[in-house]
Write a protein that binds this ligand. Structure first.
Ligand code: SAH
Ligand code: SF4
Length: 438
């Protein structure tokens, strides 16, 4: 989501006649787009700001601004702290950046961290300077009303609001015209997307119709209100990817209740069964927090067993990090010792790596349609890209290019990556009709 926000800010700055530079040393203005989700995200930002201190000493008129979630949370601290920062802009105030920049020019510190009930930046065309030119993020809603006990997002990003469907579809059309082949629709809880009568299922259907050769993904839905109808739409439309990120957070009912996640382990597992029934071969990923307040060893074991049962293709796993103003911070004690959190985290990571390796081994011999995203990290002679099911595949470059759909047969794997042999250039339509004939 920050990546997507940066592209909105790029657009606002470009309109002002500003241009991006590659090196911080050559910049007149540096913006850091920040995240507050966990303590270590904030620590990274402080470290970067300290790196910029020497640049500020060399160049008197260098402006340093902090954007995004951290801005709202600790604006006073940021402005005071050793004059590291001149400007603080919250996630709903990006349109105000040009005005704030002129305030800084006049020698003042400039701050706007007001949150909005309406702002969706619907009319701003994001300027995508940092992506791969093949896959793009499109924000469909902002803020969150869920108030999970551990989470700072409702405080830093404000109330939930949906961007009008027409402006989303227009952006998808433009992306398709610019040659993008994959779009991820973003929101903190996409299930509650609502624009008039248009809900998320309708939006996904309409998105699938924009360009049959453009893949559509989304993140994140909430298990509490996942619409079953959406599963049918995903199953029917070949460019809606057969991959769902569905955050569980914990496998224990008491922990889920303390987290204010209004579903049970049993309901969650039923949902997973339904997903697998309606979309055969769907892959799944999740988010897990270990060491939440009062988590016992048995409760941790329930998370282990949930993960072993579901067998996720991918999981984002975190040790609980207390955040200011959240319900957990006000009502509970952050009482699982750091070393216990770490141990539990490494247990779930180890189990997850084994599961991923086991699942990836089952892919060997199978054919996939891979969208080439770019050069592989390991070798210039290889390309990497994703399957419809979101698995990363590396294969020899030969004559294929970034942005091609390539039919690949998998012949090897690790827990994170599949390796394969390219057969031919293809398309979503061609690949599907080949599969039906086969
Ligand atoms: N809206 C998304 C989550 C966005 S935050 C959703 O509900 O799925 C991404 C992930 O960060 C969360 O799913 C959670 O696993 C993790 N997270 C959020 N707050 C956290 C905290 N205080 N400590 C550790 N992990 C946290
Ligand atoms: Fe945070 Fe919960 Fe909202 Fe996700 S749904 S952003 S975890 S409050």
């Amino acid at each position: 989501m920050n990546f997507s926000d940066t592209e909105i800010v790029n657009s606002i700055l470009t309109e002002e006649g500003m241009e991006p530079v590659q090196e911080a040393e050559n910049a007149d203005v540096i913006f850091l787009n920040t995240c507050s989700i966990r303590e270590n995200a904030e620590t990274k930002v402080w470290n970067r700001l300290k790196e910029f201190r020497s640049l500020k000493k060399e160049k008197d008129d260098l402006t340093v601004g902090v954007l995004g979630c951290m801005a709202e949370r600790i604006r006073d601290k940021i402005i005071d702290k050793e004059g590291l920062v001149d400007m603080v802009v919250g996630p709903d105030a990006y349109r105000d950046i040009p005005k704030l920049l002129s305030e800084v020019e006049d020698g003042r510190k400039a701050v706007n961290v007001l949150l909005s009930l309406e702002e969706t930046y619907a009319d701003i065309k994001p300027v995508r300077t940092t992506g791969n030119g093949v896959s793009a993020f499109v924000t469909i809603m902002r803020g969150c009303d869920n108030m999970c006990a551990f989470c700072v997002v409702p405080f830093t990003r404000g109330r939930e609001r949906s961007r009008p469907m027409g402006s989303i579809l227009d952006e998808l059309k433009q992306l398709s015209e610019q040659g993008y082949k994959e779009v991820t629709l973003l929101g903190q809880n996409v299930n509650s997307y609502l624009d008039g009568d248009n809900d998320f299922t309708k939006l996904m259907y309409e998105a699938s119709q924009v360009d049959p050769e453009m893949r559509i993904r989304f993140s994140s839905p909430h298990p509490k209100d996942f619409p079953e109808e959406l599963l049918h739409v995903i199953a029917e439309q070949s460019n809606l990817c057969n991959y769902i990120h569905i955050p569980a957070q914990s496998g224990n009912n008491e922990v889920l209740e303390r987290m204010r996640r209004p579903y049970t382990r049993e309901q969650y597992l039923d949902l997973i069964d339904t997903m697998r029934e309606i979309i055969p071969g769907v892959t799944l990923s999740t988010d897990i927090i270990t060491g939440f307040c009062d988590e016992t060893e048995e409760e941790h074991e329930d998370t282990m067993s949930l993960m072993a049962k579901v067998k996720y293709d991918l999981a984002y796993m975190f040790a609980y990090s207390e955040r200011g103003r959240t319900l957990a911070q006000r009502k509970y004690e952050d009482n699982v010792p750091e070393e216990v959190k770490k141990r539990r985290l490494s247990e779930i990571i180890e189990q997850q790596m084994n599961i991923q390796e086991e699942l990836n081994k089952k892919e060997i011999g199978k054919k996939h349609l891979v969208l080439a995203e770019g050069t592989s990290k390991r070798s210039d002679e290889q390309l990497c890209g994703r399957t419809d099911t979101n698995k990363m595949v590396v294969f020899d470059r030969e004559d294929y290019n970034k942005g091609d759909y390539v039919e690949v047969v998998i012949n090897d794997c690790t827990s994170a990556t599949l390796m394969g042999e390219a057969i031919k250039k293809s398309s979503i339509e061609e690949f599907n009709s080949d599969m039906v004939t086969a």
